[in-house]
Design a protein around this ligand. Sequence first.
Ligand code: NGO
Length: 560
Amino acid sequence: MFYTRLKTIRIVYVTAGLLAGLFLVSCERNKSTSPEARQRFEGIIPKPVSANMTGNTFTLTEDTKVVTSGSVEGVDNVARFLIDKLKPATGFNLEKSSDGKEGKNSILLSISKDAELGAEGYELTVSEDQIKITANSPVGLYWGAQTLRQLLPAEIENSKSAANASWEIATGTIRDYPRYSWRGSMLDVSRHFFGVEDVKRYIDLISLYKMNVLHLHISDDQGWRIEIKSWPNLANIGGRTQVGGGKGGYYTQEDYKEIVNYASSRHITIIPEIDMPGHINAALVSYKELNPGPSINREPASARPNRPVAGQVYTGTEVGFSTLDVRKEVTFKFVNDVLRELAAITPGPYLHIGGDEAAVTKKPDYIAFINRFKDIVKANGKRMVGWEEIAQGDVDSTVIVQHWHSQQYARMAAEKGAKLIFSPAQKVYLDMQYDSTSKLGLHWAAYIEVDSSYMWDPATRVDGIDASQILGVEAPLWSETVVTMDDIEYLVFPRLPGVAEIGWSKSDGRDWNEYKVRLANQAERWDVLDIDYYRSPKVPWDTSVDQQDNKKDTTSTASK
Ligand code: NGO
């Protein structure tokens, strides 16, 4: 009797214990979405096509596995990228498996067929015990992985030491694909030189916002920045200095290949620009025979004492004083050799020939130049890209014209059937000052605050251009006033994520007042990434849940 009662009590206890345990387990599994995880899910930049939360939480742990399925080349690289990105901050060395099994506590990457997602889109589904990213291609999976980064707490960006955070992600589904195929930025490494490590950091920063093009402006009046083996003085002499007279520098072809490979691992295409026939002084300094004959040098230098003299080392910032000579055959030997060597180390399909501000090139000569450049680029198996002035030449649907200043040239390019990319200086020149007090930058086009750089649309910017001719957007950073990586970051952030959103997200419903809150929430990520951003008064920086809860000191800036 006594024994039976004891047994009953024990059964009751055990059952109660089991039930309590089950309850706890189910509570843990059904942990509702925290305000922070919700804010991250709703705050993704660029804004996804659709994002719906289901109210629970997935927690990344050291036992989470990254699983790939299918044998498409490149999927494994995305898995590796994700594991490497998550490791420093979490301290987890996540196991990778390629058996495609959708186990519990896993991140599954798989290739699917989903026409709506197109070449770069992805679907990301988060449930309590699994994350699944599907896409038609590795690049789509990669953008899905970038979204996943933004869904995790900002501390995930700590690349130096393990951070103390609970790695929670809101459950739900995101379906996403870009509006434009060309979403880029340009870095001017000629006016001031930036080395390989700086360029890699720049690649990582633009990639976080799903940009897929990096245009490198590698030659200008002040400096030639790429080794050309058949014309060695270009780099050896032409690369010796920069604006302000600093020591300059150049990329060896091996350096350049390293940049190209790094970019390609981030699904970014490098577009090299040799600016011709103007902006060519560094080459004229390197090889005297490239200097124009007497018919071009119309004015003696004494007639314009304050203007730079072509053919002499130049460390100022004036433009439009140098040109190649269309009548010299050596000019075309030079152009052929340079573009041939560059094409050979550039896997991307484009070569940019510049073409802007050739103020001392006679118009018929200019047109003859552009037409010959086009043939040379084509003969090297590439597509020609050039600044909008090239619309004066025989541009056709194989040519890409980069609009920066003149609506007339943009329309001329469109009428001739060319494709266009949009870099309107008044909106997306990242070298423009934010306002008259900005510590860096120029203002010839405009002062561009963050709201202004976000509030425009490529489809309506220039009348009379068919939407099908617009490939996308590119935000250039010219470096006349930009000397260090911190300088780059100050001008680029917080404007660049907005340009990325203009390129990626649909325009319906795009609204500054909604966007500025998402932008503000990125700031804690930038702090962890050590980005020296400009704390614009237009952005409500203290809207993050964390900052509201803890009443953090919002007066301290991110300045290093
Ligand atoms: C212009 C000019 C560049 C300057 C830049 C400064 C173009 C296409 N050409 O843009 O040489 O560096 O402005 O904002």
